[in-house]
Design a protein. Structure first.
Length: 128
């Protein structure tokens, strides 16, 4: 296993929707050449109540009883990036990061977030 993996900070409830397999894309204003596993970090910023209503209306899974922030909560596999998407999650004017293989951790791993794709030591992932 390499000494580090890549993570992406995403605000709740979007972070949970990605890792729970409810959200098939992540909207970003920037591109990356990277393809592969991305660990999802639930950003420390407060939960957006309007976003929570949208997620509740569009998800087919039970929402979590609490919203973890400031921690890695799971991972997805970035397979491609498209300029647009037919996904209901797509925001016009953004790039659609197409994700597969969602994984939600049983126990979140507290870590500090970062900007864009940021490195995390793989040693901290062994416990998740």
């Amino acid at each position: 296993m390499p000494p580090y993996a890549l993570a992406l900070s995403v605000r709740q409830p979007w972070a949970w929707a990605l890792c729970a397999g409810q959200k098939d894309i992540e909207n970003r204003t920037w591109l990356t050449d990277y393809r592969g596993t991305i660990w999802i970090h639930a950003a420390s910023k407060p939960l957006d109540p309007i976003a929570l209503q949208w997620v509740a209306a569009h998800c087919h899974a039970r929402l979590p009883p609490d919203w973890t922030t400031g921690a890695l909560i799971g991972s997805v596999h970035l397979t491609d990036i498209a300029p647009t998407s037919p996904s209901p999650w797509y925001i016009p004017g953004h790039y659609a990061w197409i994700v597969t293989r969602p994984r939600l951790l049983r126990t979140p791993i507290p870590v500090r977030g970062g900007r864009r794709l940021f490195p995390i030591a793989t040693a901290i992932l062994r416990g998740g």
